[in-house]
Design a protein around this ligand. Sequence first.
Ligand SMILES: *Cc1c(COP(=O)(O)O)cnc(C)c1O
Length: 454
Amino acid sequence: MSDVMIMLNKNELPRAWYNIHADLTQPLPPPLHPGTGKPATPEDFAAIFPAPLIEQEVSRQQWIPIPEPVLDIYTMWRPTPLIRARRLEQFLQTPAKIYYKDESVSPAGSHKVNTAVAQAYYNKISGTKRLATETGAGQWGSALSFATQLFGLECVVYMVKVSYEQKPYRRSLMQIWNATIHASPSPQTEVGRKFLEADPQCPGSLGIAISEAIADTVSHAHTKYALGSVLNHVMLHQTVIGLETREQLQRAGDSPDVFVGCVGGGSNFAGLAFPFIFDRNRKKSARFIAVEPSACPTLTKGPYCYDFGDTAQMTPLLKMFTLGHGFVPPGIHAGGLRYHGMAPLVSALYADKLIEAVSYPQTAVFEAAVTFARTEGRIPAPETAHAVRAAIDEAVQCRNRKEAKTIVFNFSGHGFFDLVSYDKYLAGKLDDFSYSEEKINEALRSLPKVNEPA
Ligand SMILES: *Cc1c(COP(=O)(O)O)cnc(C)c1O
C-alpha cells in the first residue's frame, strides 16, 4: 500500500510563486478607472495598495521569488500534506484514486493565510501601519488578523453583519489576534451610514463591506486595503498550493486526470490548478473543474464583461464573469462563496475553455461533506464541501464507467466554526435556494456601460 499521506520537508518549500499571466497568449484585459472608464494606471491603485503588490498585480514575469520572511512564516504550517482519501474511495467503491491537498492545517484554518502573510509583509516594508479589509464568513478576516499580528500592523475588519451575528467564534479569533471588527454596514463610514439609514436591519453583503473597507482606507493615514481573493496578486500567492502538490504527486508517481476546487473569488482553485494548466508534463486530457453554489452561479450563469468589484462602485472595473455588483446572493452557509464576481485570471481561462465549471445546491454539498467527515474524519468548511461534492461525483462516474482516474481536490479549509450550519443540515432544516433568474437579470441590468479597450 502506498503512502496515504505525502509530506514534503521544510527545505522543499517552493522558493517562488508561479505567475500564470506570463503564459497567457494574450495579456488580461486591463482594469478600468471607475470614474473615467479608461485603463487604470498603477498610480490609480497607489491610494489603496503598496507598490510591490501593484507591481505583482500587473507583472507578466513567470516566477516571482517568495521573500525570506514570508517563507519563514510559511514554515509554521507548510508544506501542507497531500492525502490519499483511501477510506472515501473504499466507501464509494470506486476504482478512482482521490487525493486532497490539506490547506486546513494553517493557523486560521484555510488557504487564505498564504496571501495574508505575503500582503502583510509587503505592506510592512512599504511603511503601512494599518490594514483595512472586509470579511464575509470570517475566514479572510481571521487570516489577515493573524498575519498583521505577526508583522505588528493594526487591522480593521468590516464583517458582513449576518456573519458577525451568526459566527461569533470567527469574531473571537480575530479579536485574539488583535483586530478591530465592525459589523457592516457600520456607522464608521459614509457608505455604511447610507445603507443603515435606508434599512437599519440591513444584513450586509460582501460588496457593501468592500466599499466600507475602501472608504476607511482612503480616509485614514498610513492605511492600505487588503483583498483576500479575486486580484492577480492573490492568485499568485496561492500557487504555493499547486507547486507543492506537483512535487507530492510526482513523489507518489501519479498524474491527475481531474483537478477540483471550489470557487468564490477563485483563489484556492487557482492556487491548486494554475501550476498545472500550462505544464507540459501534465496529462493532455486533464480537466480542471471549478465548483460554485447554484445560489451564486457566477461562472455557469453570468456573462463575461466589465463590472465593479463592490456595491458602491468604488473599485476599478474588472473584466470577469459576474452576476452584477448589485446582486445580493441568498444566505447560503458557504459565506465565502457569496461573491458576485470571479477573478479576472480564472475568468479568462474559463472564457478560453481551459477550465470547466459546475454548480451545486447546498443540501447536496452538505451531504458530501458529511460522507467525507464519516470516512476521512476531517470536517470541511461549507465552501470546501463544494469541491468534495464534485470530487465524489467524479469518483462515482469512474465507478460506473470502470475508469481508474486520479482526482485531486483542494481541501481549502476546515468547518470547525461552521458547526451551526452542520446542525441545521443534520436536523433537516437546510433549504436549497433556487437560483433566481429574475434577481440576476435585474442585477445584470445595472452593469456599467463601457467601451472595451481594443
Ligand atoms: C474564502 C474561502 C473560499 C473561497 O474563496 P476563493 O478565493 O474562491 O478560494 C473557499 N474555501 C474557504 C475555506 C475559504 O475560506
